[in-house]
Design a protein around this ligand. Structure first.
Ligand code: FES
Length: 120
């Protein structure tokens, strides 16, 4: 379930990068240069980044590129770690279902989860 939340104000002395428009699961949303895809997804209000083959939700765990729990599809490339990928203008992000399909795409795609064996 997505619950849009207002962005927290930037702490005093810090400035956000320029605003860019990315698409998240088909919906345009605003992100800021310097943010990770994970930060943009969190700000978008849905803490999950993917589901396992068994349908269990996964999201950020380590936040530093080690655990591969935050895999998403970026510009058609499945298995992209959201926590170490920076947003840019016109980026298309999809939360990932199973081994590498954009959410809602079913079983017809390619790709895989390079960090883990398929779960369930
Ligand atoms: S949260 Fe662990 S690799 Fe992204």
């Amino acid at each position: 379930m997505t619950v849009r939340r207002p962005r927290l104000p930037a702490p005093r002395g810090l400035e956000r990068g320029p605003a860019v428009t990315i698409t998240v699961d088909g919906t345009p949303t605003t992100a800021y240069v310097g943010e990770s895809v994970a930060a943009a997804l969190l700000a978008d209000g849905d803490l999950s980044t993917r589901t396992t083959s068994g349908g269990e939700p996964r999201g950020l765990f380590c936040g530093m590129g080690v655990c591969f729990d935050c895999l998403v599809v970026v510009d058609g490339v499945p298995g992209t770690r959201a926590c170490v990928t920076w947003v840019r203008e016109d980026m298309e992000v999809s939360r990932q279902d199973g081994p590498g399909f954009p959410r809602g795409a079913g079983d017809g795609g390619a790709g895989g989860d390079p960090g883990r064996a398929p779960a369930g």
